[in-house]
Design a protein around this ligand. Structure first.
Ligand code: XMP
Length: 341
């Protein structure tokens, strides 16, 4: 039987009775395990147009986490981690690959002040991730949080957990700048991966990654089994994202947001390109990321209020999902401008 896969826009959460009088009664905290604790279940993606020191500091200061990307030399990554860890943040991550100098980077990251490391590769359900997790555990010991990904299936999640990961990035090919599914034919609709992975019996946290477009999608991911979400496009194009602010001939300002497997990104970080599984794009400049994060947080709190949930565990247990039709989706979006009067 061919399985059906649901994506964010295919679903809605059914509103529930609520006795929450104020959104301030809602607790968004999550213990990700092994020393990583968040009061806002959001992480910024380890991409070179999303997370360097400024973004990481802002994310951590808002209760989320920031992961310094690995598309640089070890010395450059060290400086970025050092600049963020000086400010005393408690949820700073450092991204790692699974070959070359990744063990040296892990050692450096912990020494300079990273609170956790994140194996960040396109296909995480892979023998090289298994080997890297084994080596990282030996290097970092049992009491250091190791995140790894990306995977798209329950088997992938369980294997990474058994291999030593405390949390796993779930999602293949759903990101705003991803072309993996077109290029390779592989992937699973983002929300479906979360729904499948939520059936795990392992002690592992799920991070929904890729394709999250708004706070509604964040609430859906958290309701259906994610412990936290990772965002790229939602946070790019801000003052704290790396890269210059550019202006077009109409006076609109924008920044580059690009997939790390795009031609442009690959040429910049390794001087050549191989398989192209991402694109480079321009997104409107939106000012300080604090405003963006605060808007998202307000939306998430409101979402929990509609579910009658005071915390993320209640959201997960109370949530009732339904699928919607294409007409339902059209009705869900603002549609006044399309109406013929
Ligand atoms: P959003 O939708 O939040 O997605 O912008 C961010 C996530 O996309 C992943 N990523 C990629 N996936 N090709 C891919 O298929 C790429 O070039 C690429 N770059 C980033 C990554 O998981 C990130 O968190």
């Amino acid at each position: 039987m061919i399985k059906k896969g649901l994506s964010y826009d295919d679903t809605l959460l059914v509103p529930q009775y609520s006795d929450i009088r104020s959104r301030s009664e809602i607790d968004l905290s999550v213990n990700m395990g092994n020393g990583l604790y968040l009061t806002l279940p959001m992480l910024s993606a380890p991409m070179d147009t999303v997370t360097e020191s400024d973004m990481a500091i802002s994310m951590c200061n808002h209760g989320g986490a920031g992961i310094i990307h690995r598309y640089n030399t070890m010395e450059q990554q060290e400086k970025l981690i050092f600049d963020a860890a000086g400010t005393g943040v408690a949820s700073l991550g450092a991204a790692l690959g699974v070959s070359g100098d990744y063990l040296e980077r892990a050692h450096m990251a912990r020494s300079v002040g990273a609170n956790f490391v994140c194996i960040d590769v396109a296909h995480g359900h892979h023998i090289m991730v298994k080997e890297a997790l084994r080596h990282l555990r030996m290097l970092l010991g049992d009491n250091f949080h190791i995140m790894a990904g990306n995977i798209a299936t329950l088997k992938g999640l369980n294997d990474l957990s058994d291999w030593g990961a405390n949390s796993v990035k779930v999602g293949i090919g759903g990101g705003a700048i991803c072309s993996t599914r077109i290029q390779t034919g592989h992937g699973v609709p983002g929300l479906q991966s979360v729904i499948d992975c939520a059936k795990t019996d392992r002690d592992v946290k799920i991070i929904a990654d890729g394709g999250i477009k708004n706070s509604g999608d964040i609430v859906k991911a958290l309701a259906l089994g994610a412990d936290a979400v990772m965002c790229g496009s939602l946070l790019a194009g801000t003052a704290e994202s790396p890269g210059e602010i550019k202006m077009d001939s109409d006076g609109n300002s924008w920044k580059v947001y690009r997939g790390m497997a795009s031609k442009e990104a690959q040429i910049d970080w390794r001087g050549k390109y191989s398989s192209l599984e991402g694109v480079s794009s321009q997104i409107p400049y939106r000012g300080d990321v604090a405003e963006v994060i605060n808007d998202l947080e307000r939306g998430i709190r409101s979402g929990l209020s509609y579910a009658g949930a005071r915390n993320l565990a209640q959201l997960h247990s109370k949530a009732q999902m339904m699928t919607q039709t294409v007409s339902g989706l059209a009705e869900s979006r603002t549609h006044i401008t399309n109406r013929k009067w």
